[in-house]
Design a protein around this ligand. Structure first.
Ligand SMILES: C[S@@+](CC[C@H](N)C(=O)[O-])C[C@H]1O[C@@H](n2cnc3c(N)ncnc32)[C@H](O)[C@@H]1O
Length: 261
């Protein structure tokens, strides 16, 4: 992907610094906005995507739309949990306060935020993300996004973002070093209704999970490995998940492989 980095028109010092830092980190050209439109910049630099450092953080303009950090469904799911309603992902993980989660496919970090809220200050959530751009957006959002709610912001700040391919990262981890290892790969067949994932698809690592990755995850997981996939997906059987959980009418299900606890 050919990415360039620029700023909004008349950037603040913070936005200008954000652009400089991200261009350096992503190894992408830093382009002076110079009053030009994004379409003009895209054409001049033959760019597939333009990362714009804006007032509230980076916004990546992709052919599928704008990609930026937001809470997505995390706040609603947290509200439901606080109201005593179940969350299918949390139930599949068997997650409780004080536990640790390795989220191998961080993405926008919606699932990680909910997991972090439940794991609490005594728990630990580490998010791995193979796409450098997605990892950068998550890093900015999780450290800087202000939801106006102390409990939600605290859940965001507790998540550690690591730009890494989980296939490489597992090798350095001791056995049973996380209670839960979680995968939410790009679905093999995209759920059309999920338009919020459209820009993500342009930036994401879309390789399927391999049986070797599941074997490595089993070594690292003290309690369980959980895989989120489209309901009825053949990925569950291909990767050896026979126990499935999730809503009867839900478009996604969770495969659970217990490893202990
Ligand atoms: C469907 S998204 C995850 C969404 C996330 N659960 C959320 O709540 O926002 C899948 C993400 O996994 C990332 N990914 C895919 N393969 C990966 C790998 N081998 N290592 C790390 N991240 C990977 C993709 O780049 C993408 O951002």
């Amino acid at each position: 992907m050919n990415l360039i980095v620029t700023t909004i028109h008349k950037p603040t010092a913070v936005a200008a610094e954000c652009a400089r830092e991200l261009a350096g980190r992503l190894g992408a050209p830093l382009v002076d906005r110079g009053g030009r439109s994004l379409a003009a910049l895209r054409a001049e630099y033959a760019a597939d995507a333009v990362l714009v450092a804006a007032k509230d953080g980076p916004v990546v303009h992709t052919p599928g739309g704008e990609y930026f950090f937001h809470l997505s469904m995390a706040e609603l799911r947290i509200n439901n949990l606080k109201a005593g309603k179940p969350d299918h992902m949390i139930a599949a993980m068997g997650l409780d306060a004080g536990m640790s989660v390795l989220d191998c496919t961080l993405g926008l970090a919606t699932d990680a935020v909910v997991a972090s809220f439940v794991a609490g200050a005594g728990g630990r959530v580490v998010g791995l993300e193979a796409s450098p751009v997605i990892a950068a957006v998550a890093g900015y959002g999780l450290t800087g996004f202000a939801s106006g709610r102390a409990d939600v912001d605290a859940a965001l700040r507790r998540i550690a973002v690591i730009h890494a391919d989980y296939n490489d990262y597992f090798a350095d981890l001791p056995a049973a070093s996380f209670d839960v290892v979680y995968f939410d790969p790009m679905f093999r067949a995209p759920v059309q209704a999920s338009s919020s994932l459209k820009p993500l698809r342009h930036l994401a690592d879309r390789r399927p999970v391999s049986p070797a990755a599941i074997a490595a995850a089993r070594r690292v997981a003290k309690c369980c490995v959980v895989l989120k996939e489209a309901s009825g997906s053949g990925e569950f059987a291909r990767l050896g998940f026979s126990r499935l959980a999730g809503g009867k009418y839900s478009s996604v299900h969770y495969g659970i492989m217990e490893t202990g606890c």
